[in-house]
Design a protein around this ligand. Structure first.
Ligand code: KIV
Ligand code: NA
Length: 263
C-alpha cells in the first residue's frame, strides 16, 4: 500500500479508477479501513449525530473534530485523512485558516467546508497557505435550517445551474476535491465532466470520481431513517472487515451506487 495523496487521487480520476471514501471517527476503524484499502477517511461532523446522538451536525465543536481527527490519524498509515470544519468555524478566511491549522496539526491532510461561491475567498486563503480543501456542495447538512430539512438539491433547472456555477467558482479558487451530496444522477455526471479534479458523491449517482458513505450506515447501524443512497454492506457478510472490503470492491467495480441508491 502506498500513501494516498492529492496527485494520486488526480491520477485515479484521470485513469477512471473509482475513489473509495468512508467516514471514520476512531483509531480502531481507521486501522481497519486503511488496511482494507479505503482511499480517504473522512472525520465527518456527522460524528455529532452517529457518535454523540445530536439531531443535527450543528452542535459539533472544533474540540470534537480535533479529538476525533487525532484518533483517526493515529490508527491510519496510508489513507488520506480528511476532516470536516464544523458549523461556525469558517465564517471568515482568517477564522477558517486558524481552525484548519488545528485539524492539520491533529493529523488531517485536507479539510472539508460546506458551500459554494461565498467560500471562494476562504478556499483561496487556505490553499495559498498550504491547506488543501474539499468543497461540499448539494445537500449541505450544516444549512439544514435554511433548506428546511435534508432534501435532494439541484432538482430544478435554476438550482442545477446555480450548483454548476458554484462548482466552477470553488474549483477556480483552488479546491482539490468537490463532494456532491444528494443531487440527481445527471447533474453529478455533468459536474464531474466539467472538472479536472475528482468529485466524490453521496447520493450523486455512479458517474462521480468516487463515493462516500457514513460508516455506521454502511455497517447497518442506523438508529434513524435509512437514506435512499445508503446500502448496508453487512448484508451477507460475517465481519466488518469483509463488509468494508465489499464496499471498496463495489465502488471500484462501479456496482455501487446502483439505480435504487440514486436520485
Ligand atoms: O459528515 C459527514 O459524514 C459528511 C459526509 C456525509 C460526506 O460530510
Ligand atoms: Na459533514
Amino acid at each position: 500500500n502506498k500513501a494516498v495523496t492529492i496527485p494520486s487521487l488526480n491520477a485515479m480520476r484521470a485513469a477512471g479508477t473509482k475513489i473509495s471514501m468512508l467516514t471514520c471517527y476512531d483509531a480502531s476503524f481507521a486501522s481497519l479501513m486503511d488496511r482494507v484499502g479505503v482511499d480517504i477517511l473522512l472525520i465527518g461532523d456527522s460524528l455529532g449525530m452517529v457518535c454523540a446522538g445530536h439531531q443535527s451536525t450543528l452542535p459539533v465543536t472544533m474540540a470534537d473534530m480535533v479529538y476525533h481527527t487525532a484518533s483517526v490519524a493515529r490508527g491510519n498509515k496510508n489513507a488520506m485523512v480528511m476532516a470536516d470544519m464544523p458549523f461556525g468555524s469558517y465564517g471568515t478566511p482568517e477564522a477558517a485558516f486558524n481552525n484548519a491549522v488545528q485539524l492539520i496539526q491533529a493529523g488531517a491532510h485536507m479539510v472539508k467546508l460546506e458551500g459554494g461561491a461565498w467560500l471562494a475567498d476562504t478556499i483561496r486563503f487556505l490553499t495559498d497557505r498550504a491547506v488543501p480543501v474539499c468543497a461540499h456542495l448539494g445537500l449541505t447538512p450544516q444549512s439544514v435550517h435554511q433548506m428546511g430539512g435534508y432534501k435532494v438539491q439541484g432538482k430544478t433547472i435554476e438550482s442545477a445551474e446555480r450548483l454548476k456555477a458554484d462548482v466552477l467558482v470553488v474549483a477556480e479558487a483552488g479546491a482539490a476535491i468537490v463532494l456532491l451530496e444528494a443531487i440527481p444522477t445527471g447533474l453529478g455526471k455533468e459536474v464531474t465532466e466539467m472538472l479536472a479534479i475528482p468529485t466524490i458523491g453521496i447520493g450523486a449517482g455512479p458517474d462521480c470520481s468516487g463515493q462516500v458513505l457514513v460508516m455506521h450506515d454502511m455497517l447497518g447501524v442506523f438508529p434513524g431513517r435509512k437514506a435512499k443512497f445508503v446500502k448496508n454492506f453487512m448484508d451477507g457478510q460475517t465481519s466488518i472487515e469483509a463488509a468494508v472490503t465489499a464496499y471498496v470492491d463495489a465502488v471500484r467495480d462501479g456496482s455501487f451506487p446502483a439505480p435504487e441508491h440514486c436520485f
